[in-house]
Design a protein around this ligand. Structure first.
Ligand code: CU
Length: 152
């Protein structure tokens, strides 16, 4: 704030009028020279790349893979956060025991046996909280095997 005030009061003293005029015209000349030198180049680059805004959707189109492991008796991670519209797959991996995964809200149902692997695409067109759980009677901790996918 104080710097702005100083620069605005600079041209007021009459003793250094010549100096301040030079100081004002020299940068102006430099800018004109730069426009003459680089102007055509800038015009060309503008015509080649008409959209300066980088599309963020393209980065997402590469896709993302989220690891999801099953063991006795848990899913890891148990909470998965995704972005709405994001291109994402679940990499399901059975570490221990014979399990399965059901995500009714997203239409996903897969077996997750020990040593098994599968890649499942997640529909992210609608935001929401989607519960998932083990759908194989795997033993005493079966009911503990649940988690949540949050799409926001
Ligand atoms: Cu189970």
């Amino acid at each position: 704030m104080t710097q702005n005030l100083q620069t605005t009061t600079l041209p007021l003293p009459t003793t250094s009028t010549m100096n301040s005029q030079l100081k004002q015209t020299l940068p102006a000349l430099a800018v004109v020279a730069l426009i003459i030198i680089f102007g055509p180049k800038l015009m060309n680059s503008n015509s080649i790349a008409p959209t300066p805004h980088a599309p963020t959707i393209k980065e997402d189109s590469k896709g993302r893979t989220v690891m999801l492991h099953s063991s006795n008796w848990k899913f890891e991670p148990s909470v998965i956060r995704l972005k709405k519209g994001e291109n994402v797959s679940l990499h399901l991996m059975g570490i221990e025991g014979d399990h399965g995964i059901a995500i009714p809200g997203l239409g996903i149902k897969e077996t997750m046996a020990k040593g098994g692997m599968s890649l499942v695409k997640v529909p992210t067109d609608k935001a929401g909280t989607f519960e998932f759980f083990c759908n194989v009677q795997c033993g005493s901790g079966h009911s503990d095997m649940q988690g949540t996918i949050i799409i926001e």
